[in-house]
Design a protein around this ligand. Sequence first.
Ligand code: SAM
Length: 337
Amino acid sequence: LQGTSVDSQVQHTNDDSVVSKRSAGRMGYASDDYLRYFVRKVARRSPLINRGYYLRILAMTRLVEDTLRHFHAVFSNASSSATPAAASPPRLQVISLGAGFDTLAARCYDMKEFQHVHWYEVDFPEVIRNKTQLMCAAPMSSFPFHATATVRDGKEVVADRYSAVGLDLRNTSTELISLLKNSSAGGDFSVEAPTVVYAECVMQYMDTDCSDAIVKWVASTFPRAVFYAYDQLHPSDSFGHTMTTSLKSKQSPLLGVHALSGGLALCQRALREGMSFVRFSNFYKMSRFLFDDAELARHDAIESFDEMEEWCEMCEHYGILLGATDTALGASLTSSW
Ligand code: SAM
């Protein structure tokens, strides 16, 4: 496989994600009012897959929301002490790289505490065009940003505090900034604003040069940024495990070198690319503080589950890297990791 054929397969990984997220939502693990506009026909996934996707949704949602709350606390205080009379919430930005049919922006957009947050979604032009068309096909007002949305050439959306734009992320460096500036209503995208950048299950499909270039782009562009990358990992690197046959056979040939690094290697590379602070947690550790006993009991009531060994194995083979361009920010956000 080469070039566009591989790109097209990578784009289709979004279909699998969204169908699995919809299955987890439909079963009652997570609630999401927007996935229905992207997946009409619900497929039922196995309990293991449903739990895995629910953990992924919950982890990414919590991390982004908690980071925004932290930004709000830190940067509101900073601005109010400088100019007490003009204390207004700081403008915050969230950029989802390889967003696919991500619904986090839609879910958070109308929340009172996030009214000052600007959301940007980027993926291959083909994927964003499909997303745009599906959002346009949904009944008016289904999405919170419908009222102010403008559709450009039928292929991207620009609304007040929300945009979805197409770009091959292998061309990050200069192109992405001008694209984001162009796509923000009023052109108010700012590299100075506290910014969360996240790539959920995206970097693993790129080769190392490209994924490193993205980390470098974040580190060198935003003085106050927190970057999260969720990825599948090489189990034998840095965790001291041997890759099991079952996992090997499940590994997609599309996975790039990024996926073949363990947490330690990812942290070292992120530091080398200019991050001031890095931390890594595998999903098993995350599941321990995201799923308490009450939550686990709720899952058991949804569908019976006796694949604990596979669950632990799967969770250990996925993880989240945090990279921060400000050491104090990174340290306070990872105190419970
Ligand atoms: N982040 C979404 C989620 O978790 O539901 C989608 C994940 S899907 C597995 C991977 C996404 O990364 C796809 O939508 C794909 O098109 C996008 N992607 C991978 N490489 C990319 C690139 N070079 N440029 C833009 N998008 C890319």
